[in-house]
Design a protein around this ligand. Structure first.
Ligand code: HEC
Length: 471
């Protein structure tokens, strides 16, 4: 009984998503693909918010969700994941540009930039989206699949940036190796991660994510000329009023699960920043304007000095760091704040955090904040408590007790959290969900670990958010 009601609800969400819009505009035959049936026969909703048909026509975001049911043969692991670790770190610039090329392949069509990243039509390489990002006020919009991420502070991007209501929106993609793990976790739509003791991405997983800001581009010299996407987004970070608005490309993030055991956590993280003054091979403005910021393969746990550069006039490179490398070319890289004490971070990330610092917390249920700054009583910067967020755990290690680590994937953690919120909210309104014999009459001291569990103690979970807090 419960099963059929839940599936009905899921189906309703999907139908609502499908009928609110004018429907996808037919694509050229070369891009059309027959949908393969998913393992359960269900489809996940594509998005949560779509403009009304009288307001919008054009591409409609489609969740790439035909997750592979088997891993590609070993020989198909992309070379960027099998490269020698010394070559990756010493020749970081070549590495970043090679990863960028891998991400662009088949996703950049070379015509109107608004048509790019329709990964479900990529015939050269397969990419997938994380389900369950449609849910809640920050959920996916229906034009490009963007989710609301974080506010942008005045002068975070440039001295001349005075705009105060700035916000970031982004969309991420997983290659086949990542898509396989998503499919494993979500093969039973109602009991995610049911049979899994661990959530681990295989060597060869590549994830990339493009990030946009709604700041007027004329306030930020490096955003000229800007690469513009339209998104169905809120007026500002705290608003829930959506309209079709312009967004400028600012950043692209990548993470690669590499084979070489010398990678302290198994992952390497890298980022690119948009620079309108540095055109690439494609006509301007293009994705080629994304220039390397740097590469990170560890959190430098021994370095505890507390510095940051929240309103950057220049990029400050910390030569002490051994596990982040930053592009030293000031002509190429616009002034950028980086992360805590110079660790790698992108222009719309928190200047007192760092890529791997946030991502190492990814777990389900999420018991700790993704940054020590967001804790109720933030520990002193550089203290042993603070440095918990700047260690190098091997991938698949849990940050807290009684949780399932989601292997550095915060989207996976969010997806599971959203699913639980939806189901827990549902369980409050649907009397038919209750099975009286399943409701304990006395409090039991049960371990909290239960990824899909209906009775997860919600109060001990924190919301995964990326709010910037001023230092
Ligand atoms: C303040 C915390 C924070 C910092 C710092 C941060 N991220 Fe993330 N990142 C997140 C959250 C939360 C998500 C999930 C929501 C989303 O899709 O953005 C995410 C998502 C991603 C994704 C999509 C896959 C996934 O793991 O969910 C990639 C790739 C990524 N980040 C890379 C980076 C890189 C590279 C950096 C540094 C340049 C970085 N991140 C810095 C919080 C952070």
């Amino acid at each position: 009984m419960r099963t059929s009601i839940t599936s009905l609800l899921l189906a309703t969400v999907a139908t609502v998503a499908a009928v609110t819009g004018s429907g996808p505009v037919p694509l050229p035959a070369a891009f059309q693909k027959t949908a393969e049936p998913t393992r359960s026969g269900h489809r996940y909703p594509d998005f949560g918010y779509l403009p009304a048909p009288q307001q919008y026509e054009g591409r409609v975001f489609k969740l790439s969700q035909d997750y592979p049911t088997a891993l590609p043969a070993g020989g198909d692991v992309p070379e960027i994941a099998t490269r020698d670790f010394d070559a990756i770190t010493k020749d970081w610039r070549t590495y970043l540009l090679d990863v960028r090329a891998y991400c662009f392949r088949g996703n950049i069509r070379g015509h109107d930039v608004e048509d790019d990243w329709q990964v479900e039509h990529n015939t050269e390489n397969h990419w997938y989206h994380m389900p369950w990002q449609h849910y809640g006020p920050t959920g996916r919009e229906g034009i490009h699949g963007l989710t609301k991420e974080a506010p942008v502070q005045p002068q975070q991007l440039a001295e001349s940036q005075t705009y105060t209501g700035g916000q970031t929106y982004a969309v991420g993609f997983y290659n086949t190796f990542g898509g396989y793990t998503i499919g494993e976790v979500w093969k039973d739509h109602e009991h995610p991660a049911k049979d899994l003791k661990k959530i681990e991405f295989p060597v060869g997983t590549v994830v990339c994510k493009v990030l946009f800001v709604d700041i007027p581009p004329d306030q930020v010299p490096s955003l000229n000329p800007a690469l513009i996407w339209h998104g169905y987004i809120t007026e500002n970070f705290t608003s829930t009023d959506r309209s079709i608005r312009r967004l400028s490309l600012i950043q692209m993030d990548i993470m690669v699960r590499v084979r070489d055991a010398r990678a302290p956590t198994g992952w390497v993280f890298g980022t690119f920043q948009y620079n309108g003054k540095r055109p690439g091979a494609r006509p301007q403005p293009s994705w080629d304007n994304l220039v390397p910021v740097g590469l990170q393969w560890g959190n430098d746990p021994e370095i505890t000095t507390d510095t940051s550069n929240p309103t950057p006039k220049e990029t400050i490179i910390n030569k002490q760091l051994k596990q982040s490398v930053i592009n030293p070319d000031a002509n190429e890289l616009p002034p950028t704040h980086l992360g805590w004490n110079g660790r790698l971070n992108g222009p719309v990330d928190n200047p007192r955090s760092s890529c791997m610092s946030c991502h190492l917390t990814a777990e389900s249920p999420q018991r700790s904040q993704i940054s020590p700054l967001f804790e109720k009583n933030p520990p002193k910067a550089g203290s042993p408590e603070w440095m918990r967020w700047f260690q190098n755990p091997k991938c698949g290690t849990a940050f807290d007790q009684h949780v399932t680590p989601t292997d550095f994937s915060l989207q996976m953690a969010i997806a599971l959290q959203n699913f639980r919120s939806w189901r827990n909210a549902g369980s409050k309104i649907l009397a038919s969900r209750y099975k009286s014999q399943a409701v304990p009459a006395r409090i039991k001291d049960l371990p909290a670990r239960n990824v899909g569990g209906l009775h997860d103690p919600e109060e001990s979970e924190v919301e995964i958010r990326r709010d910037y807090k001023a230092p």
